[in-house]
Design a protein around this ligand. Structure first.
Ligand code: UT7
Length: 330
């Protein structure tokens, strides 16, 4: 699999920490010092996930120099779909990729990495030649805006990566690891509510609906600083890669303190650790491709660069992949 293009799209409205402090009892100083976040984007009702994800998809197609008709597969990683039956087909229609099969994949903040690895397997098998992997979330729909422990962390965004079959014997997905631990699911949930309605006699039908995000921040923090260095170390060992050979650490953007802890474990200097948390907060499945797109477009990530990536979050789920960027410069 070769990584050959990327693109992103963000909602227009920017909400700063100071803006948020008008809604909940918090402060710019608390949020910045505990998380590194200064602002986030919040989608309006006129910016549904389908729209942002389609814009990101079109930008990635243009960057790769492809037509929508070239696509065989569209994989949408999201936990906040416009339609629980699947949002990827709406994107397929919006961009006119009539020949592509399109479906959603849900693994919260690990979703993009899991989807990229999944696309890599379809390509490796020969079933798919060209695919778009999209990470898009609008968790603003699902946070409790009166809960200061969670609402300050999340933001909305969408980003996509174009991948295709590589020349025989080569790949930009140089290795990967994926893990889940459902026994710790309660640490971070966006769960179905248990409301029911009488149907027939004693039979109660469950009503659809989800409760706002519930998170045990300290447990998730401990999980991340323990498991992410561990899975990255396994990945580097498995691929025989010296940390010194990495050009970039491309981690899920959840908290600057988590990025710093992982960087320290691998003695990576801060300037090699990609971070845009300050501008966008945690955009869940979108963080990794959004960060990649920014760093490719501003010229930090160059053709041939080696990136160690890790996604982690609800599930609990986590994973890591060793990637090479082969797309155009800038
Ligand atoms: O994609 C994965 C998604 N989740 C994560 O990555 C979350 C991982 N966890 C974290 O990033 C951190 O645990 C947080 C940033 C969520 C919280 O930082 P912390 O250093 O673990 O703070 P804490 O939960 O221990 O809270 C410390 C204090 C508490 O006050 P008391 O009980 O000591 O008086 C909280 O009530 O800070 C208070 N607090 C706040 N104060 C101002 C919690 N949230 C806020 C807030 N503003 N927004």
């Amino acid at each position: 699999m070769a990584l050959v293009g990327c693109g992103s799209a963000l909602p227009a409205a920017r909400v700063s920490n100071t803006d948020l402090s008008q809604r909940v009892d918090t402060s710019d100083d608390w949020i910045r010092s505990r998380t590194g976040i200064a602002a986030r984007r919040v989608a309006s009702a006129a910016e549904p996930l389908t729209l942002l994800a389609s814009q990101a998809a079109e930008a990635a197609l243009a960057h790769a120099g492809w037509e929508a008709a070239d696509l065989d597969l569209i994989l949408l990683a999201t936990s906040s779909p416009d339609d629980l039956f699947g949002t990827a087909p709406r994107i397929q229609a919006a961009i006119g990729a009539s020949g592509a099969v399109a479906f959603d994949l849900t693994a919260a903040c690990s979703g993009f990495l899991f989807a990229l690895i999944t696309a890599g397997q379809y390509i490796a098998s020969g079933a798919v030649r060209r695919a778009l992997v999209i990470g898009a979330d609008q968790l603003s729909r699902w946070v409790d805006w009166d809960d200061r422990r969670t609402c300050v962390l999340f933001g909305d965004g969408a980003a996509a990566v174009a991948v295709e079959a590589a020349a025989p014997g080569t790949t930009d997905l140089l290795g990967f690891r994926m893990r889940s631990d459902g026994s710790r699911n309660a640490c971070l949930t966006l769960a179905q509510t248990t409301e029911t309605e009488p149907l027939l006699g004693d039979l109660e039908a469950q009503k659809g609906g989800f409760a706002p995000i519930q998170m045990n921040g300290q447990e998730v923090y401990k999980f991340a600083v323990r498991e992410v260095p561990q899975i990255l170390a396994e990945l580097l060992e498995h691929t025989g890669t010296d940390p010194g050979a990495l050009d970039w650490l491309l981690l899920h953007q959840a908290n600057q303190r988590i990025l710093d802890a992982v960087a320290e474990r691998f003695s990576m200097p801060g300037e090699r650790v990609l971070s845009n948390l300050a501008h966008y907060g945690n955009t869940s499945a979108a963080t990794i491709p959004l960060m990649l797109d920014e760093a490719v477009k501003d010229g930090r990530v160059q053709p041939g660069h080696l990136l160690a990536s890790s996604g982690f979050g609800a599930g609990l789920s986590w994973g890591a992949a060793l990637l090479r960027w082969s797309g155009p410069q800038g």
